[in-house]
Design a protein around this ligand. Structure first.
Ligand code: C2E
Ligand code: MG
Ligand code: MG
Ligand code: MG
Length: 294
């Protein structure tokens, strides 16, 4: 940024940069406050078995309702949190909150329990020396069910942070935590590298899933990823399933799990019980075929 500023030779360029920088700083201060004052919260998006429609678990997705700006998308504030180091307290809050929620659900959702909850992890978190002990203590103090806890990391995180990140994941996995590769297909990792990673699940990026019904090449990609994952004894979650047609294709390709608006949007925890009740009812009536908005 500084270099650019020095190179910039018009007032307009400088002032625009300053405005952007100021805006970023403001957002940073606000985010710091939001973390401290617990103005963040989590939504949970269901992940279902594509064959039986059984609910398997959720992915926890962080939300920030800013006092003046309204909803700020995680696509905007997660990168900021990563750049500023705020991802560490934010990430710790997310993990803590998920543990608290799981403990509640263990009581409330006895009919469908056990369910797994997947948490997104940033590269910065993976290079923190105390991540393993933090998660270990958290599980030890709060939830008895470490095996229902999953962590999602993107391929690019693994590529960028190399051996250190992989070693951390290996330790976590040895403790019984399942590791998912998120947004698979969008990064740069070679398929041949996959078997070296300490992972259990591949999540196919939603761009491929979404396009596979209109573009044969995307269907090929999805098919190849699923076949490869299965050869390596990994299970597969398809992200961004938005239609019955997509579910049918994926099911025929033996993809185990699906996540997407066709099943549910990310849900506020208070609406989860109702969603589950509706979902179970629909399963019984056998009419999940229709696309419904919850
Ligand atoms: P992600 O982990 O790949 O999460 C899936 C994203 O896809 C979510 O966006 C979700 O709302 C969206 N999605 C799910 N189903 C559909 C669908 O059928 N169609 C479409 N078009 N979109 C769908 P969201 O919640 O905006 O999250 C964006 C990203 O922010 C996440 O991508 C994840 O990388 C990051 N993120 C969210 N929460 C956290 C967190 O607690 N920690 C970290 N480090 N990153 C997070
Ligand atoms: Mg994810
Ligand atoms: Mg994803
Ligand atoms: Mg994604």
């Amino acid at each position: 940024y500084n270099a650019k500023k020095q190179v910039g030779n018009t007032v307009f360029f400088n002032s625009q940069m300053q405005t952007e920088e100021l805006e970023r700083l403001r957002l940073e201060v606000d985010l710091q406050q939001a973390i401290q004052q617990q103005h963040l919260h989590l939504n949970y998006q269901p992940i279902v078995c594509l064959n039986t429609n059984k609910l398997m678990g959720f992915e926890a997705l962080v939300r920030w309702q800013h006092q003046e700006r309204g909803w700020v998308s995680p696509g905007q504030f997660i990168p900021l949190a990563e750049q500023t180091g705020l991802i560490i307290p934010l990430g710790e809050w997310v993990l803590t909150e998920v543990c608290r929620q799981m403990k509640l659900w263990e009581q409330e959702l006895v009919n469908v329990w056990p369910l797994s909850v997947a948490v997104n992890l940033s590269g910065v978190q993976l290079t923190q020396p105390n991540l393993v002990s933090f998660i270990e203590n958290l599980c030890h103090n709060n939830c008895s069910n470490m095996i229902y806890f999953k962590l999602e990391v993107t391929e690019s995180v693994l590529m960028k942070n190399g051996e250190l990140a992989i070693e951390t994941l290996r330790k976590l996995r040895n403790k019984g935590i399942q590791i998912c590769i998120d947004d698979f297909g969008t990064g740069y990792s070679s398929l041949a590298y996959l078997h070296l990673l300490p992972i259990d699940t591949v999540k196919i990026d939603r761009s491929f899933v979404n396009q596979m019904t209109v573009d044969a090449r995307n269907l090929d990609i999805v098919e190849t990823i699923i076949a490869l994952a299965h050869r390596l004894d990994l299970n597969v979650v398809a992200e961004g399933v938005e239609s019955q047609a997509q579910q049918d294709i994926l099911r025929n390709l033996h993809c185990e799990y699906g996540q997407g608006y066709f099943f549910a949007r990310p849900l506020h925890p208070q609406t989860i019980i109702t969603w589950i009740a509706n979902w179970e009812l629909r399963k019984e009536l056998g009419n999940i075929e229709k696309k419904v908005d919850w």
